[in-house]
Write a protein that binds this ligand. Structure first.
Ligand code: ADP
Length: 479
């Protein structure tokens, strides 16, 4: 018997049964039932957030600190339960689910601290007797639209700074992962947020999300998701002259040079390409490998992939969980077929796997003999699929790494200080890793990319302030 999870609008839990979410490790397991908001609820939520903004934006740091700290503490205290529920609805492993939950707690803790460090600047005017103050204020009603692949961390890294800097929120999570979204909102609500400051509207992107894009009362939108939807967010936001921030896809390169430590390179590639079932925008999908190490690298990858345990996300032994749903599984399989048609050779995996329960299990796939011009090298697959591109030397590796419409993360495995330093400076990505996987970032430093991957100011750390505040310059003549 599942309990109906409702939407939170103006401090009230509202709504009727609308949709269910399914465990991708076992499609017979219904995780929960959720109210589905429509355009009317979206409008109510936006109006509530608008009405709550004046008081919340003027609330003192202590009030904001208290809510964010309490939220962090409860998430941390319940990390195993919330992490398990996350793994159950999204399909990432238990360890990944708990790790992501801890991350969310850390993010709330970080921004709780930031509320006590808000500051401005005071400078003399060029005019005698005049003082100039520069302060930051919340921007207003922030629309937060999130994807399914980090069901608790991404909402946390948008909601926490939005609240810390005095904004009110309409939050629309992805349809596949409402439980994690509901949990975080429930915790924040009970932590003492005034009514209307945070509103949850679960429902279809094309309906609820679109209603947010179309509302002149949503003053800023932070979006993470696909390039296609990101472009809609951008176009609608320009129409309303609103601030917007987009985090979209990646086609992240991991360069492996002849002088790399082979063990480190394989660890980085397996983690970056396949952990979280490859469903990370920071995943390494292009493995760009120089000639001298290529064959040893491919052999070592095959050995390692063969030993990976793929199975039920809730089984503690599992290292790679299922793909999130049928649509994503079909996309992964379609790209595996495309890679073969394009002439790449499947060196490992790519088959559907049967397990004890009906689920979306896919064997990690590794292509070799691919070129950077192939579709599997240019389009984001968002699954456990990677391809090796063989190159002559470092210069060719760098050129191939940068030859992509995306620019989120990049990585290099090398023992050469010269090449590592050159790569850090010349890689056209927002985040660069040396002897580390392209995925896996800290929570207190900026996150974001270049080119087709991101638009607008960075997320996370102190840089988050850029998006969630607007600057005011005030002049005073004291007489
Ligand atoms: P993904 O492929 O990761 O599901 P999407 O861009 O489709 O990426 O979804 C990311 C988020 O954007 C989800 O919360 C989804 O519901 C929402 N979304 C989808 N379509 C729209 C739209 N037209 N307007 C606003 N939000 C949308």
């Amino acid at each position: 018997m599942t309990v109906l999870r409702k939407n939170l609008i103006d401090g009230e839990w509202l709504g009727e049964a609308g949709s269910r979410n399914i465990n991708p490790s076992n499609t017979n397991d219904v995780v929960g039932e959720y109210a589905s908001a429509g355009p009317v609820e979206a409008k109510q939520a936006i109006a509530a957030a608008k009405a709550a903004f004046p008081a919340w934006s003027r609330s003192g740091p202590l009030a904001r600190h208290a809510v964010l700290k309490k939220t962090s503490d409860e998430i941390m205290a319940r990390k195993d339960e919330i992490g398990r529920s996350l793994a159950r609805e999204e399909g990432k492993t238990l360890a990944e689910g708990v790790g992501e939950t801890i991350r969310a707690a850390q993010i709330f803790d970080f921004f709780a601290g930031e509320t006590l460090r808000l500051s401005g600047e005071l400078v003399p005017s060029v005019r005698p007797g005049v003082g100039v103050e520069m302060t930051r204020e919340g921007v207003g009603v922030v629309g937060i639209i999130t994807p399914w692949n980090f069901p608790i961390a991404i909402p946390a890294w948008k909601i926490a700074p939005a609240l810390a800097y005095g904004n009110t929120i309409v939050f629309k999570p992805a349809e596949l992962v409402p439980e994690s979204a509901w949990t975080i909102v429930d915790i924040l609500h009970r932590a003492g947020l005034p009514k209307g400051v945070l509103n949850l509207v679960m429902g279809k992107g094309s309906v609820v999300g679109q209603a947010m894009l179309d509302s002149p009362d949503v003053t800023a939108i932070s979006f993470t998701g696909s390039v296609g939807t990101g472009k809609r967010v951008a176009a609608a936001s320009v129409e309303h002259m609103r601030k917007f921030q987009l985090e979209m896809g990646g086609k992240n390169p991991l360069v492996v040079l002849d002088d790399a430590d082979l063990g480190t390179a394989v660890d980085c590639a397996v983690n970056g390409a396949y952990f979280s079932t490859g469903q990370r925008c920071t995943a390494s999908s292009r493995l760009i490998v120089t000639e001298g190490i290529h064959d040893r690298f491919v052999d070592a990858m095959r050995d390692r992939l063969d030993k990976l345990v793929i199975g039920d996300a809730l089984d503690a032994k599992t290292q790679i969980g299922p793909v999130v749903d049928q649509t994503q599984l079909k996309q992964d399989e379609d790209y595996i077929a495309i890679g073969r048609q394009e002439g790449a050779e499947l060196a490992f995996g790519g088959d559907r796997l049967e397990r004890g329960t009906p689920g979306f299990y896919l064997q990690p796939a590794l292509f070799v003999g691919s070129t950077n011009a192939m579709r599997i090298s240019r389009e984001e697959i968002f699954g456990p699929v990677a391809n090796v591109i063989r190159v002559k030397d470092y210069d060719e590796a760098l050129a191939v790494a940068n030859d992509t419409p995306f620019g989120l993360t990049s990585g290099i495995c090398t023992t050469s200080l010269k090449h590592a330093t050159h790569f850090k400076r010349n890689s056209e990505a927002g985040m660069v890793m040396v002897n580390l996987p392209t995925a896996g970032v800290d929570f207190h430093v900026p996150f974001g990319g270049r080119k087709g991957s991101s638009y607008g100011p960075r997320e996370q750390g102190r840089y988050a302030m850029e998006f969630y505040t607007t600057v005011k310059t005030a002049y005073t003549f004291a007489g």
